[in-house]
Design a protein around this ligand. Structure first.
Ligand SMILES: [Zn+2]
Length: 341
């Protein structure tokens, strides 16, 4: 429509067309880009449409408030071991190039946005052993850890693999706890999970100093942005940890909102009320270890993605009952937080 209007003005003013069209070529939004809104699927976004509002529905049922132009949202779950995992989701709104959607390593949405985001992911992935995502780059240090990730029964101290989700923080994460629907007294254990990644950390005989930081700001009645379907709603500038129903087989979900430079602006967590949790030092049999799962969720919040399912690291994609080993960083977890902070 803008092109038609421009042409009409051009005709009226009698200016040469090439002169006038030189300006729109450099504008933020190409005049040819369609817009879309409302309830959208990845197929709708494949038209390359420009979106500034609306709701994205994935084939697996998760829904996302479309992020503002220039921002991304990630939904990072942890599942019950043995249950098929729907995967990590990243939705990036590039503005003029449309919206890219990634579910684990499968991309959908606007082709132009996908091309751009895939290239960005390649650039920021520092770890060559990460789930086979990077085939080139600094491979000289990868030989031993690549072998480690493929071994079925790797110890957490010989497996150096980690994965970067695509964001990091430049500030301390000030977070609040909403105890509505609280299944168990979780706040202190969520704090333990946050602190596992900060300060001077020794694991597997190695010590690093992490600049990642979180601070508990108190109780809140605000809602976590994590949706009961496992997707993410809109950010509200408050980092909230809470409880709700989540899809069957999902123990917890972390949503992270970040800008085009990958700098995080908000993170929210939710833990499932559909499972039994242990809060004791010695885990109560048949329950999921609150502190261990919280440590995993904070790994996501700070910027780590999943390692392979066979790894014994904190950032493996699923947990068994009483997986208390997940409270303690393994070698790959330590390398991952060190790479980010
Ligand atoms: Zn996870």
């Amino acid at each position: 429509m803008r092109r038609t209007t421009t042409a009409a003005i051009v005709a009226a003013l009698g200016i040469t067309l090439t002169t006038v069209l030189a300006a729109p070529a450099g504008a933020a939004v190409p005049s040819s880009a369609p817009t879309c809104s409302g309830t959208l699927t990845p197929a709708d976004l494949a038209t390359g449409c420009v979106v500034d509002s609306g709701r994205l529905v994935l084939p697996d049922g998760r829904t996302f408030a479309v992020p503002a132009a220039g921002t991304s949202v990630a939904a990072l779950p942890v599942a019950v071991a043995g249950v098929p995992d729907d995967g990590d989701v990243v939705v990036t709104n590039t503005g003029a190039a449309g919206v890219a959607v990634r579910v684990d390593d499968t991309w959908a949405g606007s082709p132009a946005a996908v091309t751009r985001e895939r290239a960005a992911e390649q650039r920021r992935t520092l770890s060559p052993e990460v789930r086979g995502r990077v085939g080139t780059g600094a491979a000289t240090t990868a030989a031993t850890t690549t072998a480690a990730t493929t071994a079925a029964a790797t110890s957490s101290c010989t497996d150096g693999s980690y994965s970067l989700a695509g964001h990091r923080w430049k500030t301390t994460v000030g977070w609040r706890y909403n105890k509505a629907n609280e299944k168990t007294l979780g706040r202190r254990l969520v704090t333990d999970g946050a602190n596992a990644w900060t300060g001077t950390i020794t694991a597997c005989g190695k010590t690093v100093t992490s600049r990642a930081a979180a601070t508990y700001l108190g109780a809140s009645s605000r809602q976590s942005a994590v949706r009961t379907d496992g997707g993410c709603g809109s950010p509200d500038k408050t980092n909230v940890v809470g409880w709700s129903r989540l899809p069957a087989g999902v123990l917890g979900v972390t949503c992270v909102f970040y800008g085009s430079g990958g700098i995080a602006t908000e993170t929210d967590q939710r833990y499932s009320t559909g499972h039994e949790w242990s809060t004791t030092t010695v885990c109560r049999a048949g329950r999921f270890d609150m502190r261990g799962v919280a440590t995993h969720e904070w790994g996501h919040a700070y910027g780590l993605g999943h390692t392979s399912a066979s790894s014994k690291l904190v950032m493996k994609p699923s947990a068994t009952t009483c997986d208390t080993a997940q409270r303690t960083l393994g070698y790959g977890d330590l390398r991952g937080i060190d790479a980010l902070y």
